[in-house]
Design a protein around this ligand. Structure first.
Ligand code: MLT
Ligand code: MN
Ligand code: ZN
Length: 311
């Protein structure tokens, strides 16, 4: 399986348009590389590509990725569709940019599907430009663990030889959904397998907790992209000095500290591990920071936009 990293930043990108924090300022001065919103493209055969999330930067991300270039026919594209981990604005607005694209399929868990039909009604809008297939992957839940038990959905075959399963890992609804019912599986980790090689990728850019079953899910793949939004619970408050940003984690488990994802990922040295969805306040954006050094020493990667992997 080929994996093309299209972007690695959290909502707002890096630098963020309305942020003057130290890291954003250094990025604007050319001292740190800018990053697009997180998204990855995968292909089993190098011809048919599937996007994991559709970011607001999608048009520019596409121009920077020659594997996704249109052709050979005047209206041909190698992109077959989009697999959504959640319904957040930074992962779905790119769908609007794809309007008119023929024959695309969008896969999403039930609450995400519902949000795209009602609160953020992209589905009805897009189907008036070109009819797409909208595949509801269901809402697998585990007795006891509810909507965060990592239980696999049905397996969906993707053109190009890959297979995807959706695994519920979180219940955080997007802010734009008024009065969401509690406990629904809003957030999924995606497991994409290439049966021809045995390679398997896990894409989990949104983890509010380390859910039951997540260690087993990690142990079942050869490569994983993991939520790296924040390194610490304090960084947002320190960077923007806003009282309401004090200890705000906005539904993302930090990388550092005793309960953080880095300590947990250390239990899985056998697979390739990469962080993604970096918030613009995250010291991991600076390769010379102590945090970045700690992550590298643990064998976890901080990927650059544009990087390509074979899984
Ligand atoms: C998140 O990742 O928590 C959301 O995308 C936040 C946002 O609305 O940008
Ligand atoms: Mn986000
Ligand atoms: Zn900033």
């Amino acid at each position: 399986m080929r994996v093309k990293v299209l972007g690695t930043a959290a909502g707002g990108g890096f630098p963020q348009w309305n942020c003057g924090c130290a890291l954003c300022a250094r990025c604007r001065r050319g001292e740190l590389p800018p990053r697009f919103h997180d998204s990855v493209a995968v292909s089993g055969d190098g011809r048919d590509w599937w996007l994991l999330n559709a970011s607001p930067d999608i048009r520019v991300q596409w121009e920077a990725a020659s594997v996704l270039a249109a052709g050979p026919g005047p209206r041909d594209t190698p992109v077959r569709g989009v697999l959504l981990t959640d319904a957040e604005v930074d992962h779905t607005l790119g769908l609007a940019v794809l309007r008119g694209g023929a024959d695309l399929t969008v896969y999403a868990a039930s609450p995400v599907h519902e949000a795209l039909t009602t609160a953020l009604p992209l589905r009805g809008l897009l189907d008036r430009y070109a009819p797409w297939r909208w595949q509801d992957t269901g809402a697998a839940t585990v007795p006891g663990a509810g909507a965060t038990g990592c239980a696999a959905s049905a397996a969906f075959p993707l053109s190009g030889g890959l297979t995807v399963t959706f695994h519920p890992v979180g219940t955080k609804a997007p802010k734009y959904v008024a009065a969401p019912a509690p406990g629904l599986p809003w957030v999924s980790a995606l497991r994409i397998e290439d049966p021809a090689t045995g390679g398997a990728l896990l894409h989990a850019p949104c983890l509010a907790t380390w859910p039951d079953g997540f260690d087993a899910l990690l142990a079942s793949v050869t490569c994983a992209f993991i939520d790296g939004t924040f390194f610490s619970a304090e960084e947002l408050g320190q960077a923007v000095r806003s009282p309401d940003a004090g200890q705000s984690l906005m539904g993302h488990l930090p990388a550092g500290g005793p309960g953080g994802t880095l300590a947990r990922l250390a239990r899985h040295p056998g697979l390739r591990r990469l962080y993604t969805h970096f918030n613009n306040t995250n010291p991991l954006l600076d390769p010379s920071s102590a945090a970045a050094e700690e992550v590298r020493r643990a064998g976890v990667e901080i990927p650059a936009d544009g990087m390509e992997l074979t899984v």
